[in-house]
Design a protein around this ligand. Structure first.
Ligand SMILES: NC(=O)c1ccc[n+]([C@@H]2O[C@H](COP(=O)([O-])OP(=O)(O)OC[C@H]3O[C@@H](n4cnc5c(N)ncnc54)[C@H](O)[C@@H]3O)[C@@H](O)[C@H]2O)c1
Ligand SMILES: O=C(O)[C@H]1O[C@H](OP(=O)(O)OP(=O)(O)OC[C@H]2O[C@@H](n3ccc(=O)[nH]c3=O)[C@H](O)[C@@H]2O)[C@H](O)[C@@H](O)[C@@H]1O
Length: 380
């Protein structure tokens, strides 16, 4: 159940001293919620819910029988296949909708994830990407204002650009190219954050902002060009792992189940954010390639290839705020998460494993599942 919003924007670092004076009280939710015989569940809209992170978020939200989930998605990078187990469920609805157009639904919470995440896709149509981030976020904030819903934005570590501060804290204002080929996404998300705080200050909207760092796991698009999906697909297909130069650039990789837990804790918690969500385990791309080679295909080769402009040279989240405010930190390491993603890719690609490798792999897989279940006290 949505709790009363902390009205001072506390715990958020909005680039000043953290104070965030509200000029107006939050809009009152629909009168239905206060009716004596209110029986309906918590109505949750997930934009981009047919995507990689969104579909895992829907799975987790649907585990709670008090939740009704509506997904709005234009299937630009997502797929109904990611939600097939929920289609037809009485507490679930799926709408084909582009968030650059207004959406009129009665909801209590909005998880606003709609935006292509892979650089290949968001650079494919940069004007649409920035429209999605600006107009799409404005439409969702307008909806939140109309129905009195709490809204969470999945922002990104790309708001820090090619960071000069390392690791990145939420107080860091970033080092972003305003006119580069990634700006549609990097600046688009920065404007989305600005809109979130302006609606919060001007209209009292209950906001939550997550700055998500590189996330991986099952259901990533196999050929969407992101490094983890690329390396796993290449290793399984016996193709050279394409390490983009210099190969010493770093990223920190968070398993999707950990990310979903963090998003829900942020939505249900007291803080507006922004709060970094990610795994501080930092790897160079060469180290990542070596891990994939060792875990999935020791015979595969590595091939150095050209990189794209404005590629950040380093990225690692400082997650102190997530630990202290949300009591959240990731539990699944890269070496535990990669085999889970390999299993998903094998099934989707129809690539069996060699008999010899099968036995060892089954043991490794079983050990990982047992230790993860022990970690998380539930099912992975
Ligand atoms: N995966 C990551 O590493 C990562 C890192 C930082 C931030 N994020 C953010 O998290 C969110 C989800 O990322 P993901 O990895 O699941 O990406 P994804 O591409 O798998 O999912 C995005 C979803 O949004 C939908 N979508 C895109 N444009 C839309 C529009 N105009 N209207 C309606 N639906 C639209 C897509 O069809 C897709 O289902 C995005 O906002 C992304 O920016 C992801
Ligand atoms: O975490 C984040 O905030 C961002 O992470 C990723 O952005 P990026 O890190 O550029 O993702 P990748 O395309 O996976 O690239 C990561 C690194 O791997 C390298 N790479 C990529 C692909 C490949 O085949 N080989 C390779 O070495 C790239 O040069 C880059 O240095 C996501 O695509 C963004 O949506 C997200 O906002």
């Amino acid at each position: 159940m949505a709790t009363k919003e902390s009205t001072n924007g506390s715990n958020g670092s909005n680039g000043t001293n953290g104070e965030c004076k509200i000029t107006r009280p939050p809009p009152t939710p629909s009168p239905l919620r206060f009716s004596k015989f209110f029986q309906a569940n918590l109505r949750i809209l997930v934009t981009g819910g047919a995507g990689f992170i969104g579909s895992h978020l829907v799975d987790k939200l649907m585990e709670n029988e008090k939740n009704e989930v509506i997904v709005a998605d234009n299937y630009f990078t997502g797929s109904k296949d990611n939600l097939k187990k929920w289609i037809g469920h009485p507490r679930f609805e799926l709408i084909r909708h582009d968030v650059t157009e207004p959406l009129l639904v009665e909801v209590d919470q909005i998880y606003h994830l709609a935006c292509p995440a892979s650089p290949i896709f968001y650079k494919y149509n940069p004007v649409k990407t920035i429209k999605t981030n600006v107009m799409g976020t404005m439409n969702m904030l307008g909806l939140a204002k109309r129905v009195g819903a709490r809204i969470l934005l999945t922002s990104t570590s790309e708001v820090y650009g090619d960071p000069l501060e390392h690791p990145q804290t939420e107080e860091y204002w970033g080092n972003v190219n305003p006119i580069g080929v990634r700006s549609c996404y990097d600046e688009g998300k920065r404007v989305a954050e600005t809109l979130m705080f302006d609606y919060h200050r001007q209209h009292g909207i209950e906001i939550r902002i997550a700055r998500i760092f590189n996330t991986y796991g099952p259901r990533m698009n196999i050929d969407d060009g992101r490094v983890v999906s690329n390396f796993i697909a290449q290793a399984l297909r016996d193709e050279p792992l394409t390490v983009q130069k210099p190969g010493t650039q770093t990223r920190s990789f968070c398993y999707v189940a950990d990310m979903v837990d963090g998003l829900i804790k942020l939505m249900e918690g007291p803080s507006t954010g922004p709060i970094n969500l990610g795994n501080p385990g930092e790897f160079t791309m060469l180290e990542l390639a070596e891990n994939v080679k060792e875990l999935i295909n020791p015979e595969v080769e590595l091939k150095m290839v050209e990189n794209t402009p404005d590629d950040p040279r380093q990225r690692k989240p400082n997650i102190t705020k997530a630990k202290e405010i949300l009591n959240w930190e990731p539990k699944i390491t890269l070496r535990e998460g990669l085999p889970l993603m390999e299993e998903d890719f094998r099934q989707r690609l129809g690539i069996p494993i060699s008999a010899m490798k099968d036995t060892t792999r089954r043991w490794v897989y079983r050990i990982i599942i047992i230790s993860l279940n022990r970690h998380r006290g539930g099912s992975i």
